[in-house]
Design a protein around this ligand. Structure first.
Ligand code: AMP
Length: 284
């Protein structure tokens, strides 16, 4: 039987008991409406750990007032069944008041990393992410926590927070899981109309175009980014937020692509009203 905990106290004592027995705890934080991307993180946790805990919490502090908090897809019963089928041991499913009781006022800010790229378009987003992940870590006390590379900057931000605050948890970053046609899986994909769903493929195609140019020897980021922009802007329903080529360890933009480097190509783009992100990690 899967265990469902609604309070910090309950999940905390569940983890404590398991730790006392020498068990390693794996943790997968999610906002629910689970898909194969989330389940791949759970699989990794089950491979590495004795006990796997998945949290489902749509975190209000990482949404800005003009974003989709109220319409974010939610279906606990569906998620619970998926987690049973996929062998999770426990679900941490707190409500908002449990995490942020009245008078809550403490936030974590990874100062530089939270301001660039995604942070330019979502200025308060990463402060909310870092804060909730810290609260979840304190509640679940995991030995390992699993994050998707789909949100590459988020994963890097969590790694930085864990390093800076000397948190006792190892972060594992897992590959992007895609639909058969290449669209990166996301809970937000359900917002897309049939036409928009086709248009959304332009994110992945723009990344493929960039990888292709790089593999053919193109070294100027500016040229590659222009080509990506042209492709994306050719899709009527698209509104581009950014395309970037960055160093995979510093997360700083790079002008010239040099051999021996690991880089991320990032794309963030609205299709209709739905904001999607994707990336490709490559080693030159
Ligand atoms: P979310 O529920 O969107 O907050 O995502 C929870 C976790 O699942 C985060 O670590 C995400 O990076 C990860 N994730 C989301 N989509 C994917 C995907 N397509 N492939 C791999 N991991 C993903």
């Amino acid at each position: 039987m899967i265990k469902v905990f609604r309070t910090v106290k309950e999940i905390n004592s569940y983890s404590s008991e398991n730790k006392k027995q020498g068990k390693k705890i794996g943790f997968v934080p999610t906002m629910g409406y689970l898909h194969d991307g989330h389940l791949s993180l759970l699989k990794e946790s089950k491979n590495k750990c004795d006990i796997s805990v998945v949290s489902i919490f749509v975190n209000p502090t990482q949404f800005s007032p003009n974003e989709d908090l109220s319409r974010y897809p939610r279906d606990f019963e569906r998620d619970e069944n998926l987690l049973i089928e996929n062998g999770a041991d426990a679900i941490f499913y707190p409500d908002v008041e449990e995490i942020y009781p009245e008078g809550y006022e403490t936030f974590i800010n990874v100062e530089e990393l939270s301001q660039k790229h995604e942070g330019e378009f979502r200025p308060t987003h990463f402060k909310g992410v870092a804060t909730v992940v810290a609260i979840l870590f304190n509640s679940v006390m995991p030995d390992y926590a699993f994050f998707g590379r789909k949100d590459a900057q988020q994963a890097a931000l969590i790694q930085k927070m864990v390093f800076d605050l000397k948190m006792n948890v190892e972060i594992v970053v897992c590959p992007i899981i895609r639909e058969p046609d290449g669209l990166a899986m996301s809970s937000r994909n359900v917002y897309l109309s049939t036409g928009e769903r086709k248009d959304a493929l332009v994110l992945k195609s723009s990344l493929e175009l960039a990888v292709d140019l790089i593999r053919k020897g193109e070294t100027e980021s500016k040229f590659i980014l222009e080509e990506m922009k042209n492709l994306i802007n050719g899709v009527k329903t698209s509104t581009l937020d950014y395309v970037k080529i960055i160093d995979a360890s510093s997360f700083n933009e790079i002008k010239k692509i040099e051999k021996g480097k690991k880089i991320y190509i990032l794309v963030a783009c609205k299709i209709g009203k739905t904001r999607l992100i994707d990336n490709e990690l490559i080693e030159i």
